[in-house]
Design a protein around this ligand. Structure first.
Ligand code: FAD
Length: 227
């Protein structure tokens, strides 16, 4: 899988801090932007996190190019509905000639890998038979597997990213979307290190786990803390 941050709000941290500062200031955002120095931005962002004042985070957006994830992974990804936009390679308009596929590590042992490759090759063959028979690509794709590789562009605002990282960097998330979330987190930390200093699974950022009985045990669960 390849993940690259291809664009983002210019000065994301300054914009978020200015939007937040505006709430507590007689000044307008233009004046705040002109006069904010980097230390003030940093202090303000830290204060926001402390207060749980999250809505200013919605003013900064980040756009990622993601290549080589499976359709199983993209299906989980697009369940995130709020503050997020997706554009995904279409299987209606782009025929899956020689489709690539993701092989999970658990299937990489010799015999299983062989079986898996055979199933993929069979599906490719059947798909092409359907196309040759005149079945439109939008219908022939029904035989394609979840493993089939896809490309997608994702734009998320910083608030939604924090939520996404909390759910998907967690050990409980499935391995492929967890890998994707971790790569996205590494990308945004490069351009907005303060904004994403405390981003990730709640065990890492808050020292608490919300997964209850499903917890991996890295951090105490809410129930354990309440004992
Ligand atoms: C470990 C794990 C296991 C999962 N297992 C399953 C599974 O077995 N089956 C399955 O179907 N899904 C499963 N999911 C997906 C999960 O249910 C969510 O659909 C997905 O994580 C998106 O999260 P979200 O709804 O919080 O995000 P978003 O859609 O981005 O929503 C963000 C927040 O906005 C609020 N919100 C959004 N829409 C509404 C609404 N309609 N009404 C009220 N509030 C709203 C909620 O507070 C929500 O948390 C799993 C996710 C994880 C992380």
């Amino acid at each position: 899988m390849q993940v690259k941050l291809i664009d983002h709000t210019q000065n994301p941290e300054k914009v978020v801090a200015a939007a937040a500062r505006l709430c507590y200031s007689p000044l307008g955002a233009m004046e705040i932007m002109d006069n904010f120095v980097p230390e003030q931005v940093e202090n303000f962002l830290a204060k926001l996190t402390e207060l749980g004042h999250d809505s200013p985070l919605e003013h900064a957006s980040f756009t990622f190019a993601v290549e080589g994830i499976s359709r199983a992974c993209s299906h989980q990804l697009v369940r995130h509905r709020i503050g997020v936009s997706f554009s995904q390679k279409s299987q209606r308009y782009v025929k899956e000639k020689q489709f690539e596929y993701v092989v999970p590590k658990s299937i990489q042992k010799k015999d299983q890998a062989k079986l898996f490759d055979k199933v993929m090759a069979d599906l490719q063959k059947q798909y092409e038979i359907l196309l040759v028979a005149g079945v439109p690509a939008e219908d022939a794709r029904y035989v394609l597997p979840n493993a089939c590789v896809t490309n997608i562009v994702i734009t998320m605002n910083a608030r939604s990213l924090h939520h996404f990282f909390r759910l998907r960097c967690c050990e409980r998330a499935q391995w492929e979307i967890r890998e994707l979330a971790n790569l996205m987190l590494a990308e945004v930390q490069q351009v907005a290190p303060t904004l994403f200093a405390k981003a990730g699974a709640s065990c890492e950022t808050e020292g608490v786990c919300y997964e209850g009985k499903m917890s991996c045990g890295k951090a105490p669960t809410i129930a354990e803390l309440q004992k």
